[in-house]
Ligand binder design. Structure first.
Ligand code: ZN
Length: 230
């Protein structure tokens, strides 16, 4: 029984498929924190329906969706993800798309919900391989959170991060492994990864501006995957 941090992007959609393949009951959680790419929130129900349509057991296992309003996070951060700023590198070698503490806050709220819903596993798309240097995507940060949450809530949550050591090409390969071409097509057509929240034209790898770091990473990963024959 699992709770998936589901943003409506490529990574979290792959994580949702991963969880549906493994666990008898899977619920999803999303956060509205004033993100610039709010278009992703609207894609969440579309993607949930698309995944439920791929396999009968996925449809049976997919439970309720929860959307939490976290505007306080947007209010206290001044980043290119939460305001109309140009995306650039900041001090400490971190891009200004970094929202400090975001994943730590998300995991805390997810655990509070999982506690109430009786869900033991919390699944997130954090990834140390192809990440943008976000420290709260690192394996050590997630492991430390697991310990803190379990001590603080007297629980035995398991934080699952199936993409932690995969690059974007392997994430595409995993999607096909889990849900065939149908899942790849659903991700290409419906998932939103673009930092600017653009749907725009459809490229081979999906919709997006094609220029921002998230689009570039996604496009390059797709191309590498296609070439690799994985
Ligand atoms: Zn983009």
């Amino acid at each position: 029984m699992a709770l998936v941090l589901f943003s409506g992007g490529q990574d979290s959609t792959t994580c949702l498929a991963w969880a549906l393949e493994r666990f008898e009951r899977v619920e999803t959680i999303g956060f509205d924190y004033g993100q610039r790419h709010r278009v992703e929130l609207g894609q969440r129900p579309v993607l949930r329906d698309a995944l439920a349509g791929l396999k009968p057991e996925w449809a049976r296992r997919l439970g309720p969706d929860h959307v939490l309003e976290l505007s306080a996070l947007g209010a206290i951060s001044d980043t290119a993800l939460t305001s109309k700023k140009a995306i650039e590198m900041g001090e400490k070698g971190l891009p200004n798309t970094f929202v400090p503490g975001r994943n730590l806050i998300f995991l805390t709220f997810a655990a509070a919900l999982a506690y109430r819903r009786g869900l033991k596993r919390i699944v997130g798309g954090m990834c140390e391989t192809d990440f943008s240097g976000y420290p709260d995507c690192r394996d050590d940060a997630i492991k430390a959170m697991q310990v803190a949450l379990n001590i603080g809530m007297e629980s035995r949550f398991v934080l699952e991060t199936p993409l932690m050591w995969l690059d974007k090409a392997r994430t595409w390969a995993l999607a096909r492994e889990l849900g065939g071409d149908g899942l790849v097509e659903a991700i290409v057509e419906h998932s939103a990864t673009c930092y600017l929240g653009e749907r725009g034209e459809r490229h081979a790898w999906g919709h997006g501006c094609g220029q921002c770091p998230a689009c570039v990473l996604r496009a390059e990963g797709f191309e590498k995957w296609k070439k690799s024959g994985m």
